[in-house]
Design a protein around this ligand. Structure first.
Ligand SMILES: *Cc1c(COP(=O)(O)O)cnc(C)c1O
Length: 340
């Protein structure tokens, strides 16, 4: 059977044979009762890696982000978030719907940071007219961009000065630390809570973790149950996560090399514009100069190559993409240009 080359997202990876094997053999117990050894092992492993007191295994990044927000903010509180922030734009408005938390969206700067003077302007005074501003939420990586490392001490000082907490949506935080060649703790030490995904570039089928203080995670565990996220013999899934952390972190570098190669090859085609300055990790954004993005998507689909359309096309590299696939993709794009 011909391989489908799927560049839509790094969530499309399928568990490899070795990962399936550890899932099959995973020791399990009832995690709602705290009895699942594999879940417990995964939670300690991730807390240790991120340098937090505790961690909580969640069904998805949407759930771990929501639990982060719900444990920092009460009903009528507010959190400051990017206009293009995942928790605000792509999580169904969960903070408002389920947490009674008001979002205060603010534009990210080009480098995925906030202008802290602008943040300061939207922090509400202590007055009954306003929601209570409690939390600032960052995202790293954001659209594949790495938040500059030297921003974190500044933002930490800022939130401390203003009595806010800092949550990091780190769905792809391992991509950032791997690319920077640093321990992930060097980023997370500035954050009160962090959400990390196992189901993106790390290649696990399911799962994210919320990391934070013991007290916060205890509270999050309670809300996770309320949200229907209390999973019983979840060790089968946790085992995949442990495998991913033990084997797949260094492989993120290969994804980054593949993305760079994609960016380079696409930028050699005159009929395309590629966003090379923001190509930091495993995502490549480009557009056809003749406004033919949708036509390109359909053309490639015929050739078993899947990409996501839109005003800018996003390609994500991942474990199931090889250098050969990139060659096939580039040739197909060139053929499209030739035929159109
Ligand atoms: C994927 C992603 C999440 C979580 O998504 P789930 O599909 O719910 O796991 C959160 N934030 C960002 C930036 C993401 O890319």
């Amino acid at each position: 059977m011909k391989k489908t080359i799927d560049l839509r997202s790094d969530t499309v990876t399928r568990p490899c044979a070795a990962m399936r094997e550890v899932m099959k053999n995973a020791p399990v117990g009832d995690d709602v009762m705290g009895d699942d050894p594999s879940v417990n092992q995964l939670e300690s492993m991730v807390a240790e890696k991120l340098g937090t007191e505790a961690a909580l295994f969640c069904s998805s990044g949407t759930q771990s982000n929501l639990l982060g927000l719900m444990t920092h903010c009460q009903r009528g509180d507010e959190y400051i978030v990017g206009q293009e922030g995942h928790t605000y734009k792509f999580e169904g408005g969960g903070a408002a719907v389920l947490g009674s938390i008001q979002p205060q969206p603010l534009d990210f700067k080009a480098d995925a940071t906030f202008d802290l003077d602008k943040v300061k302007e939207v922090i509400k005074p202590d007055d009954s007219h306003y929601a209570r501003t409690r939390l600032l939420c960052l995202e790293n990586t954001h659209l594949g961009k790495i938040v500059p490392l030297d921003y974190f001490p500044k933002v930490k000082e800022f939130v401390d000065t203003h009595g806010l907490r800092l949550h990091l949506d780190g769905a792809r935080l391992f991509n950032a630390s791997e690319k920077l060649g640093i321990e992930i703790k060097e980023i997370t030490q500035y954050c009160d809570s962090i959400s990390v995904c196992l189901s993106k570039g790390l290649g696990a089928p399911v799962g994210s973790l919320l990391c934070g203080s013991k007290e916060q995670i205890k509270e999050a565990r309670r809300w996770r149950k309320v949200l229907g996220g209390g999973m019983r013999q979840a060790g089968i899934l946790a085992a995949a996560g442990i495998y991913a952390l033990e084997h797949n972190i260094p492989k993120l570098s290969v994804d980054h090399e593949h993305a760079e190669l994609l960016g380079k090859k696409l930028s050699e085609i005159n009929e395309l514009s590629v966003e090379l300055e923001t190509l930091h990790t495993n995502m490549v954004f480009f557009t056809t100069n003749q406004n033919m993005n949708e036509e390109l998507v359909l053309y490639l689909k015929e050739k078993d190559i899947l990409i996501l359309g839109g005003s800018s096309i996003r390609l994500a590299t991942h474990l199931d993409i090889t250098e050969e696939d990139i060659g096939i993709f580039i040739d197909a794009v060139k053929n499209f240009i030739r035929e159109n």
